[in-house]
Design a protein around this ligand. Structure first.
Ligand code: FRU
Length: 574
């Protein structure tokens, strides 16, 4: 071939490629009608299941209303891309049962003009499709921890066990990886480790977005909705926070909102996170919720009418910030026949700074919680353990907890993209006594043992390290880039610390670099350290100390240097 033919062939190919790209872009583009400085409308001919919305995390939220023949069918907020697309989120447009939709979009910001809105990059890339890729592609996305399929997640919600399945709902934003549009996402698992994502279970309505709450299995049909009905209690976050209920006849897959919602109202702004439970000792249902900086306790016989019983909080524990996400349950005191009640209170002002889980151990008669424990005790002394609550109806009398592995100080800016935040590994709780004081015992749930693979020489990005201690010890995880996490146990002062100042990427927020310190209630003989790409959870095997911290290394920590103990590393494969 002559050189000239060769060049023209290449030119033709390039032209064809351009045409294809242009056609694809044209097909993916939408044409907005811009109606003013902050308002646009987009007509959509529905050809696929999803409309992919381009998101730019750094811009303001736009409010989108989905209209069918002038009727409002859904509204939500999304950071529609202005000059750069970070990722896409899917809007299910098949659910409206119409081949035409109108998106009525309001933008925020003072400097907007119709011309500026016309230039937004979001209009050029709004394709439709029938699937949405949720495979785990991010380098630092955990492998054996629960994460949402995509988008933002905070608190675990509504956890219950029924007929062999653990159900986990969570505070979810289906339209971006930052907090917004609170919806109950839903996952199920047979072993607390392998989770399958199901469709969202409870979505915002005219009473508000769906904040945290709980589920109970109504075995005795107190509610009249049927034996074994799953009943959810959640906060409707609207003009004020109120408590609503919803019931499910298909084991928590779909819910019907109760016609007489809300079922509990208050008179203060922070009034949320209802946790309901059957109180066998008192023969009635109880519910505890967070109200400002106290917990309010209610009782009921039919799950619909709730009677205020008492409040707990003033003069007890840490009051640096609003109290959130309570839980209340009875536990055995290790090695004795005694039972005590534990009141869980998630709040800011934790020892590591920011979010944490404090607890109180005392007594509860269905009406009032009493304790002589005045000071705060914390369930986990790391920085990334919040919104901890437990499963309803767990088998074998177990009390299984999950925590959201993040901290409100920096949760919105941790360096992940398609998803943001994971839940902790499941933990079994009990109570033990040390020097005359009761403490919460926290051990990794036994299901985690099934993950243990081969013994390996060096730590990997997903592994468990078991350290047999002889006393004071130092454990350092490091990589070729000079990044490291330092852990130390001082058996004399009974303190354990983890230092993540040099752990990798720490610069995304000033409160991320940290050194967390835990008091150890007794002597530790063995540590179990769980690493899952961006998290390190350390437990005393006997439950006397727990510490959970996120890390964002630029490559896995492949080296373990240990003094004062003997380590065995197990690979973990999903
Ligand atoms: C705790 C919390 C809850 C609230 C939810 C909102 O992290 O602030 O009190 O219900 O998150 O997403």
């Amino acid at each position: 071939m002559k050189i000239i033919d060769y060049i023209s062939a290449i030119m033709r190919k390039i032209a064809l490629l351009f045409a294809m790209v242009f056609m694809a872009t044209a097909l993916n583009a939408v044409t907005p009608k811009v109606l003013g400085n902050r308002h646009a409308m987009v007509g959509v001919d529905v050809v696929g299941k999803y409309l992919m919305l381009p998101v730019q995390e750094s811009v303001d939220n736009a409010s989108v209303r989905v209209l069918v023949a002038g009727e409002l069918r859904q509204s939500f907020n999304v950071r529609l891309a202005v000059d750069k697309i970070d990722y896409f989120v899917p809007l299910d447009i098949s659910r409206f049962g119409s081949d035409k939709l109108l998106l009525d979009i309001s933008f925020r910001g003072n400097k907007l003009t119709p011309d500026a809105i016309r230039q937004f990059v979001c209009w050029s890339e709004m394709p439709q499709g029938n699937g949405f890729e949720t495979a785990n592609k991010e380098r630092l996305r955990p492998v054996y921890h629960h994460t949402p399929p995509y988008g933002w997640m905070n608190d675990p919600n509504g956890m219950f066990y029924k007929d062999g399945l653990y159900h986990l709902y969570y505070q979810w934003n289906p339209y971006g990886s930052q907090w917004e549009n609170m919806t109950w996402g839903h996952s199920v698992s047979r072993d607390l480790i392998h989770w399958d994502a199901l469709p969202a279970a409870i979505e915002p309505d005219a009473l508000g977005t769906i904040y945290s709450g709980s589920c109970v299995v109504d075995r005795i049909n107190s509610s009249g909705f049927g034996e074994g009905t799953v009943i959810a209690f959640y906060t409707s976050a609207g003009q004020n926070q109120t408590q609503s209920m919803a019931y499910s006849a298909d084991d928590g897959r779909t819910f019907t909102k109760y016609v007489a919602n809300p079922v509990i109202t208050g008179d203060i702004p922070d009034f949320r996170d209802p946790k309901a439970f059957w109180n066998g000792e008192a023969g009635m249902w109880n519910l505890i919720l967070a109200a400002g900086q106290e917990m309010r306790i209610y009782s009921s016989y039919d799950l619909k009418q709730w009677k205020y019983e008492s409040s707990f909080g003033e003069g007890y524990g840490c009051h640096e910030s609003v109290w959130e996400c309570p839980d209340l349950f009875a536990l055995n005191v290790r090695g004795t026949g005694a039972r005590k009640w534990m009141l869980v209170c998630n709040t800011g002002g934790a020892p590591g700074g920011g979010s944490g889980t404090q607890y109180f151990i005392g007594d509860f008669d269905g009406h009032k919680f009493t304790t002589n424990q005045k000071d705060a005790l914390w369930m986990d002394y790391g920085k990334d353990h919040y919104a901890t609550v437990t499963f309803d109806n767990a088998p074998d009398g177990r009390r299984i907890a999950l925590a959201w592995m993040s901290n409100w100080q920096y949760a919105g800016v941790v360096p992940t993209k398609q998803f943001r935040s994971a839940n902790s590994v499941p933990r079994d709780l009990d109570i033990f006594e040390n020097d005359g004081t009761y403490y919460c015992g926290v051990v990794p749930s036994r299901e985690l043992l099934t993950l243990r693979g081969n013994k390996v020489k060096h730590p990997t990005e997903t592994c468990e390290i078991v350290v047999d201690l002889k006393g004071t010890a130092s454990i350092v995880l490091s990589n070729q880039k000079g990044e490291k996490v330092i852990m130390e146990y001082d058996s004399r002062s009974r303190k354990f610390l983890m230092d993540r100042n040099l752990s990798g990427n720490t610069s995304f927020h000033k409160d991320f670099p940290a050194r967390t310190i835990a008091p150890v209630r007794g002597d530790m003989k063995q540590l179990r350290i769980f690493i899952d790409r961006c998290s390190i959870e350390v437990f005393d095997s006997e439950g006397k100390m727990a510490m959970t911290n996120l890390v964002f290394p630029s490559e896995p920590y492949g080296t373990l240097t240990i003094k004062g103990g003997k380590a065995t590393v197990y690979s973990i494969a999903q």
